[in-house]
Design a protein around this ligand. Structure first.
Ligand code: FAD
Length: 501
């Protein structure tokens, strides 16, 4: 691939194009008329904001702005950096309480949207950058922390969304970045000029990338000396020249193109993942926060996962919706009073609250780092995320149990609107008492949406792989579990003297 001579722009020029966002509608406006290259179903999309498949994902992010106005005590915080209140998704965590409040807000947004609202990875990125830039400066005498704070002042004043581009395509998993057959399988620096750097490669599965104002690129794994050019962290505007977004398909996504809103299951809200390709994208020095300090990549990933694995508490908000949906459909079916139904709702709640408790505990147990920021307890954050890789699947199984087979055999909205088929369906799909058939259909479609359809991405598979596949948590738990110390407790109580060992 030839090197693009994309125009060198300064950080000031990049920020000059932003206007402060206050309301959810301001946010929608901020995404309009951007010069972004987006492919979906083999076509370039002129205006993503108005596309029926994309719009629900934008609505979910919009909710993070709406909530800040509706429930400011939950979704805003005071920023010492600009001496003003800021959206909690841009707040630099100064205490364990900040992390607890963040978790509460995440659960609330899960309840309101029933999907991934796409802003947590960005928040966790700005948290980890605070301490990593500080630590690199301490060792190398660089100026990354100052640059980071300057970026954050702009970000907070303009109330922007930052997406996290950590996961590279990775090619052959057994090989390091510098060993891949194609050097672009991990994002890397291709050129350094006095004003900044150029990066090439791609970031995979990027949540809300297209809906973000900035994308932070950062390493996805530990790096060695030969991987120097891959050890790069920088902020790229979401509409930077050289970026191409290729939209990820979701199960049942074309239902968003159909008439009517019932078969969509959750017509208003959805998630979004894209492959984001960087074709020699320029990053001005002011927005470069790591360039070649490969020995910090491992710490950066470990700290990011400490924050981000606790952020999966958001799935408890979706779990609340699932418990509610399961209880409602049992009620509509006339089975709500059965003892096994109540017991299954108890089981779902128990699983959901177990996730919540590990996340909240991890935040309460947060400790300060050298830069002054607080970080979640890593063991408990990993336990939280590991629970999330399993419990939503069991919660979904129980919701499907209570829903009955109609969950997957219910005819289409078009058939319900048909003059002949419609009345037959109304007659034969009547449930309990005066509950309208439409209520039953809507609740079944919501459960379908979250366990088999578009939002199963956010509730199930993202729960499995997002922030690292299950094995990544087991490795962290293994590292931190200190079995030798625990053997000591047991041997002490068992009366096994040192001299016998
Ligand atoms: C819905 C969704 C949203 C996401 N959002 C974001 C985002 O916003 N930003 C972002 O940066 N990332 C995001 N991710 C990416 C996520 O972090 C990765 O999916 C995750 O780290 C796993 O990587 P992978 O998908 O490449 O799977 P793979 O690496 O291919 O893993 C597949 C399996 O192979 C195993 N495996 C992989 N490598 C090895 C090895 N070397 N040795 C032994 N076993 C191995 C894994 O344990 C796993 O079981 C998202 C993912 C999903 C599904």
């Amino acid at each position: 691939m030839a090197i693009n001579d994309t125009k060198v722009t300064t950080a000031a020029e990049q920020w000059a194009r932003f206007a402060p966002i206050v309301t959810g509608d301001d946010y929608l406006d901020s995404l309009r008329n951007r010069d972004v290259v987006v492919y979906l179903f083999g076509e370039q999309i002129a205006e993503p904001v108005d596309h029926p498949i994309i719009r629900p994902s934008i609505n979910a992010l919009k909710m993070t702005y709406d909530l800040a106005l509706d429930e400011p005590e939950l979704a805003t915080a005071w920023s010492a950096l600009i001496d003003a209140p800021v959206n909690r998704f841009l707040h630099i965590v100064g205490s364990p309480d900040d992390l607890v409040m963040k978790n509460r807000m995440q659960r609330r947004l899960g309840q309101l949207t029933g999907t991934c609202f796409q802003r947590c990875a960005g928040l966790d990125t700005i948290s980890v950058l605070h301490s990593i830039t500080f630590d690199i400066d301490q060792k190398h005498g660089t100026k990354y922390h100052e640059r980071y704070l300057a970026f954050m002042r702009h970000a907070q004043r303009n109330n922007v969304i930052i997406g996290a581009g950590m996961t590279d395509p990775k090619g052959d998993r057994s090989k390091r970045p510098s060993e891949q057959h194609d050097p672009d399988l991990f994002l890397h620096v291709t050129r350094r000029v006095p004003e900044g750097i150029y990066v090439r490669g791609a970031k995979a599965h990027m949540t809300g990338g297209l809906n973000s104002h900035w994308i932070c690129v950062m390493p996805t794994m530990n790096m060695g000396q030969d991987d120097r050019d891959y050890a790069v962290v920088g902020m790229v505007p979401g509409d930077a020249p050289g970026l191409t977004y290729i939209y990820g398909r979701q199960s049942c996504d074309t239902r968003a193109m159909e008439a009517g809103d019932i078969d969509k299951g959750n017509a208003r809200f959805g998630g979004q993942e894209t492959l984001v390709v960087f074709d020699d994208v320029f990053i001005p020095n002011e927005h470069v926060f790591m360039d070649g300090e490969y020995e910090f990549a491992q710490d950066m990933v470990a700290r990011f996962t400490s924050y981000h694995r606790a952020s999966y508490v958001c799935k408890t908000g979706l779990g609340d919706v699932m418990v509610g949906a399961a209880a409602a459909i049992a009620d509509y079916n006339g089975a709500a009073e059965a003892s096994h139904i109540k017991d299954k709702l108890v089981e779902m709640t128990h699983l959901n609250e177990t996730i919540y408790s590990s996340a909240i505990a991890s935040s309460h147990e947060a400790k300060p780092l050298a830069s002054g920021i607080y970080m979640n307890d890593s063991m408990l954050a990993n336990v939280c995320k590991h629970n999330v890789t399993r419990f939503p699947y069991e919660i979904s199984r129980l919701a499907q149990d209570l829903a009955g087979g109609l969950l997957v055999t219910l005819p289409s909205e078009a058939d319900f609107n048909n003059d002949v088929a419609g009345p037959l369906l109304e007659k034969y799909f009547k449930g309990r008492g005066n509950i309208p058939v439409e209520h039953r259909r809507r609740m079944l479609r919501l459960i379908e949406n979250m366990t088999l359809g578009r939002n199963a991405v956010g509730y199930l598979t993202e729960s499995l792989h997002g922030a690292g596949s299950p094995q990544a948590q087991r490795i962290q738990i293994l590292r931190a579990m200190d079995v030798e110390k625990k053997k000591g407790y047991a041997e002490d109580l068992a009366g096994i003297a040192d001299e016998l060992q």
